[in-house]
Design a protein around this ligand. Structure first.
Ligand code: PEP
Ligand code: MN
Length: 340
């Protein structure tokens, strides 16, 4: 069950609820979100569950107790009344906005990153992306500049003001990524790296969780539950396409998954059309589609010289293409009553 506390409940009252849950033989998972604290009570005895529910409903600082039968609990739509807003630096993802995260696939040099950061900022992106630790299918491909890239990302943030999202490829990258970045990305190939999910969760920082290449929605939400279960509800789900029989594009991206996931979870959902399609020419159309189906934002690759990029050259947008796309997105978002 999920215990939803009233807003602004002091820590000692949170601990009272935790003690009551543990005294009943259940495990308590406290998750602090932007507006509220929710506590998951996980246990098996149906008899005790009913008794515990009734008791918790009587606590003055408990708003609601919701029984959740789904295998993911803290991230499920039932766990809170409305949709979550997740803050990243001075920006946010959630209701009322369409937040665009853009930047190169990988940080390649100071010159390349700054050119990309300035271009995406000028076009209206709210956050900067750029890989420091790249998950590459071949061990002989460019693996990223590591900590040097993190330093360059921090410098690009200092100049542009854009908060930084970058990937941690393994649990050992978490301390460094947490030191320099504003949000930790967990890549598609790592969606079920449970140690990575747990370590990312423990930082309390926003986590951008990509859907796995062959993951069902339920598996994706259970992966998000790993982050939530260690006390971190600052999770942004990112739909990046899955592998199917269709070879026309790199992956198959079902935009209908966005409203499905938004029915199942209160977390913000963004769309990555770059990795899904692998093809620059289709990226702007899918960006417009993502806005139309109710996504909370985009993760888009933009490179100052895409043809000479060290990775994902075929999918990264040229700054001019990104600017045109953003002009359209802003107009469409306004029609939908959203700030882009
Ligand atoms: C990325 O966004 O840099 C990336 C590698 O994407 P994915 O994990 O979705 O393949
Ligand atoms: Mn890429």
């Amino acid at each position: 069950m999920i215990v939803i506390l009233k807003t602004g409940v002091p820590e000692e009252q949170v601990q009272k609820v935790v003690s009551a849950i543990e005294a009943a033989g259940f495990r308590a998972h406290v998750s602090r979100g932007e507006e509220r604290t929710v506590i998951g009570a996980i246990g098996t005895s149906a008899e005790t569950r009913r008794h515990l529910m009734e008791m918790l409903e009587g606590f003055p600082f408990v708003d609601r107790v919701v029984p959740v039968l789904k295998p993911y609990k803290l991230v499920s739509a039932e766990a809170r009344a409305g949709r979550s807003t997740v803050r990243v630096g001075n920006e946010a993802l959630g209701p009322g906005r369409f937040t665009v995260i853009a930047g190169p696939c990988a940080v390649e040099s100071e010159e390349q990153l700054l050119a990309a950061a300035r271009a995406v900022k000028a076009a209206g992106a709210r956050l900067l992306r750029g890989g420091a630790y790249k998950p590459r299918t071949s061990p002989y491909d460019f693996q990223g500049l590591g900590e040097e890239a993190l330093r360059l990302l921090a410098a690009a943030r200092a100049e542009t003001g854009l908060p930084v999202v970058t990937e941690a490829r393994g649990p050992e990258h978490i301390p460094k990524v947490a030191q320099y970045a504003d949000a930790i990305q967990i890549g598609a190939r790592n969606m079920q790296n449970f140690d990575l999910l747990t370590e990312a969760g423990r930082t309390g920082m926003p986590v951008v969780l990509k859907r796995g290449l062959a993951a069902t929605v339920e598996e994706w939400l259970k992966a998000a539950e790993y982050v939530a279960s260690v006390g971190n509800l600052n999770i942004i789900l990112c739909e990046r396409g899955v592998r199917t029989f269709e070879p026309a594009l790199r992956f198959t991206q079902d935009l209908a998954i966005v409203p499905v996931v938004k029915e199942l979870s209160h977390l913000p959902v963004i769309v990555d059309p770059s990795h899904a399609s692998g093809r620059r020419s289709v990226v702007p159309a899918v960006c417009r589609g993502a806005l139309g189906v109710g996504a909370d934002g985009l993760l888009v690759e933009v490179h100052p010289d895409p043809d000479n990029a060290q990775c994902d050259a075929a999918q990264q947008l040229h700054p001019d293409e990104f600017r045109t796309m953003m002009d359209q997105i802003r107009q469409l978002a306004a029609v939908m009553g959203l700030t882009a």
